[in-house]
Design a protein around this ligand. Structure first.
Ligand code: SF4
Ligand code: SF4
Length: 369
């Protein structure tokens, strides 16, 4: 990639954040990417220095800078640990936006965005989400927003959610959805196209007369709950499937297993949903639940987010393997995001660990009569 000096139009607004970093290095103790990279450009403080250098045009966006800024999973754990409360993720994402606007973009991310713009999903699949799952959208009280990963790459979670809603007698439908826009936003694509995705999705939900949209993907949920309202009206209730299930009377058969739970970063640190999935796990008769040492707001990232999975699969799986090792005491490692499930399974492959990795909805469906 040619070395380009970028216009810091977006970074300019966060100059104070970059200058607030005191270089204390506390972020080193939690950054999952730093564990894999091992030197300062791979941790929050290094990313703040590089972003400032881009803004000041002291450095070009050469390969090493692009790599450092795109190896951040946007997990937000550094922000929790940072004594100066630097908005690291915002800075990293602004730096990406400025690089993309200046024509600097990783080929794997470009392909993903091109697929979304052309087909409405990052995988380049040519059928709609409902078609992929053999469903016909209609009007209903509850709309299940499946998300591209569950629809096209990990259909077990989507099928389980559909099955659960059927067993509970819910008046539900699949939606005429398109990509929620999360991956575009994470890799730094322009706001105009991200907002267009938001508008299409809100219209689809409205057109189907849905009062409540339920999400099984943590990334899609975060977009609708936290990001959409900044740009568009969201005139319906938004709930993650764990929140939906926590409110239900579930008749679950006994499960004599040791369970633990991995908090997806988008659901936990980014959206504040910690209690609901644990409340659902507490409904399994006979199950023994134990937290991993790093849990809830201190949860370790699975390594899959922020575009790292598609651009740096080696680093992504290295991080995932560390997370799977944390769950070595458990029979089942449960999480609540199809993207985390996919990445943790890849990490498991590397370690030869015995722990079963499963989405919460699959476990519920398996035990639900
Ligand atoms: S913890 Fe915060 S202030 Fe300290 S080096 Fe990291 S980003 Fe900078
Ligand atoms: S958001 Fe996560 S991966 Fe990125 S710098 Fe912070 S701790 Fe590291």
């Amino acid at each position: 990639m040619a070395a380009t000096y970028v216009e810091g139009k977006n970074l300019k607004e966060l100059k104070k954040e970059m200058m607030t970093c005191t270089m204390c290095g506390f972020c080193k103790s939690v950054c999952p990417a730093f564990e894999g990279v091992g030197w300062d450009p791979g941790v929050a403080r290094g990313r703040m220095v590089l972003s400032y250098g881009l803004l000041q045009k002291d450095i070009p966006a050469d390969d090493s800078v692009v790599e450092a800024l795109y190896q951040c999973t946007t997990c937000k754990d550094c922000e929790r640990r940072c004594p100066s409360k630097v908005k690291v993720v915002d800075v990293v994402e602004r730096a990406r936006k400025d690089m993309v606007a200046s024509g600097v973009m990783l080929p794997s991310h470009r392909k993903v965005v091109d697929n979304i713009l052309k087909y409405g999903n990052p995988y380049g699949e040519k059928i709609s989400v409902p078609q992929a799952l053999g469903q016909k959208p209609r009007t209903a009280d509850v709309g299940y927003f499946v998300g591209c990963t569950a629809a096209y790459r990990n259909p077990a979670a989507a099928k389980a959610t559909i099955s659960i809603m059927g067993k509970l007698g819910e008046d539900f439908t699949l939606l005429n959805e398109t990509c929620c826009g999360s991956v575009m936003e994470r890799v730094g694509w322009n706001e105009e196209d991200v907002v267009a995705q938001m508008e299409k999705n809100v219209k689809a939900v409205e057109d189907q007369g849905v009062d409540e949209a339920v999400f099984s993907c943590a990334g899609c949920y975060r977009m609708f709950k936290e990001e959409y309202p900044k740009h568009v009206d969201v005139p319906f209730k938004v709930r993650h499937v764990s929140e939906y299930l926590a409110d239900k009377d579930l008749k679950l058969s006994p499960l004599e297993k040791k369970l633990t739970y991995h908090d997806p970063c988008h659901l936990g640190r980014h959206s504040g949903v910690y209690k609901a999935p644990r409340a659902v796990l507490a409904k399994f008769p006979g199950a023994e639940f134990k937290e991993m040492a790093k849990n809830s707001s201190e949860s370790r990232c699975c390594g899959g987010g922020g575009g790292v999975r598609s651009a740096y699969p080696e680093l992504s799986e290295h991080i995932a393997a560390r997370r799977v090792a944390d769950a070595g005491f458990a029979d089942i490692l449960v999480t609540s995001c199809p993207f985390c499930v996919t990445n943790l399974k890849a990490g498991k492959e590397r370690t030869g660990a015995k722990v079963e990795i499963i989405d919460l909805v699959e476990l519920v469906d398996r035990q639900l009569s």
